[in-house]
Write a protein that binds this ligand. Structure first.
Ligand SMILES: CC(C)(COP(=O)(O)OP(=O)(O)OC[C@H]1O[C@@H](n2cnc3c(N)ncnc32)[C@H](O)[C@@H]1OP(=O)(O)O)[C@@H](O)C(=O)NCCC(=O)NCCS
Length: 126
């Protein structure tokens, strides 16, 4: 599902998506789901809280859906997500780019997200 931020005139100025997987060709992350993907705010609207509002909204929606944790990967916006409470799980290289895999707990989920990365690998994946 995709959420779109609109301005006072009703025009789209940003969006964010909640998807089942965002690294489908990386089987070692196949058990991690769902992912926040495609966070984007048009250049002229950045720095006004739109991106943060979109991120808070997608986490609220995940809470409403009963999802315990979310994942994402980023190359350039790690600090943006950290400021919203996301934590880095692993640095990696994806499509030739240095990326950070990040996670956040939703609501009051008692489970440590990093535990999930280490303890629940899919069968047959090292
Ligand atoms: C990242 C992005 C969505 C942030 O949207 P935004 O509307 O500018 O975000 P906010 O206004 O809510 O910013 C909140 C804070 O994070 C900071 N911030 C924004 N983008 C940042 C980034 N890439 N790295 C570090 N800090 C960032 C802002 O400066 C702001 O700080 P402040 O409160 O001290 O002013 C937007 O810059 C964007 O679309 N970038 C291009 C696409 C992109 O990189 N998407 C992320 C893909 S993983």
């Amino acid at each position: 599902m995709t959420f779109v931020a609109i301005n006072a005139a009703g025009g789209p100025i940003g969006s964010v998506s909640l998807v089942e997987h965002d690294l489908p060709d990386r089987p070692e992350f196949a058990h991690l789901t769902p992912w926040v993907a495609g966070t984007y705010v048009v250049a002229e609207e950045r720095g006004q809280g739109v991106g943060s509002a979109l991120m808070r909204h997608v986490v609220d929606e995940a809470h409403r859906l009963g999802l315990p944790e979310l994942f994402l990967y980023t190359s350039a916006a790690r600090v943006f997500y950290e400021r919203l409470g996301w934590v880095g799980l692993r640095d990696d290289v994806y499509e030739g780019e240095q990326v950070t895999l990040m996670t956040t707990r939703v609501g009051r989920s008692p489970r440590a997200p990093s535990d999930r990365l280490d303890r629940d690998p899919p069968a047959g994946v090292a």
